[in-house]
Write a protein that binds this ligand. Sequence first.
Ligand SMILES: [Cu+2]
Length: 74
Amino acid sequence: MAIPQSKVFRVDGMSCQHCKMAVESMVGKLSGVESVSVDLAAGTVEVKYNAEQVDTEAIEGAIAGAGYDVVKDS
Ligand SMILES: [Cu+2]
């Protein structure tokens, strides 16, 4: 049994409920993603996922596919 991982992504461009829904549905479609939680005020997306099924690159790709920019750390 895999332990779910959790990661908070910083995402630019999310400004309303529509953005929130778009990101949550795109990321939520990935198999291995257990939950997606968008915080519009903070500009963050918290994702819980099974690292055996999906990786952060795929999650970032889904966020980008929804039309938003993932802000890279460092
Ligand atoms: Cu919007």
